[in-house]
Design a binder for this molecule. Sequence first.
Ligand SMILES: O=C(O)COP(=O)(O)O
Ligand SMILES: [Mg+2]
Length: 222
Amino acid sequence: MSFAAVLLDLDGTLLNTLADLTDATNAMRIELGMHPLSQDVVATYLGKGTRNLVRRALSNSLDAHVDDELLDRGLEIFQRTYHLVNGDKTLLYPGVLEGLTAFREQGMRLAVVTNKPQAFTLPLLERSGLLHFFEHVVCGDTCAQRKPDPMPMLHACDLLDVAPADTLAIGDSCNDALAAKAAGITVLAVPYGYNEGQSVHTLEVDDIVSSIEEAAQWARNH
Ligand SMILES: O=C(O)COP(=O)(O)O
Ligand SMILES: [Mg+2]
């Protein structure tokens, strides 16, 4: 089988954004009189978009309820701070440039499908030098639903004018795996990102690859 397009997750797949996200999270917690959290804890709260990160960080738990007033205050502080630090300590994972270049050389169309809101995503892709690889960028606030709903991946397929069956997705979390499977898209996982504290081996994916470069080799052989 050969693929016409590749949909790439952003946080934990292309870019290691954990340090900046932790700084903004802790600026919020400190301003609200709470103690800072470690990067390891914040890593388990990533993946379901900014509002869920803020809710999880305020309650210091994965699924506790936070009242709307506190959530809105937290969100305002988080957004203000993250805009200031977005990209400062962000690093490309090894093999990303090689892999994206190889996909393009194989003639594949590329899009990002991220749960990060657009206001943070586009400046970050620009600053990281990755934006030019992608024909489309679908963000957490582009569609009515975010991953793990299939809607943003199906929207990316529509924008690229490719069938889901001819598309490959690559991500680091259950949100990517579930969205891709529900959309009928082949999906690979990388093991170095953030999967809400779970091993990537628990994911229903077609394979696990060590890098985007290895994903491009995998695509060439399938
Ligand atoms: O913003 C998030 O929660 C994670 O974004 P991602 O979909 O790029 O991993
Ligand atoms: Mg991710």
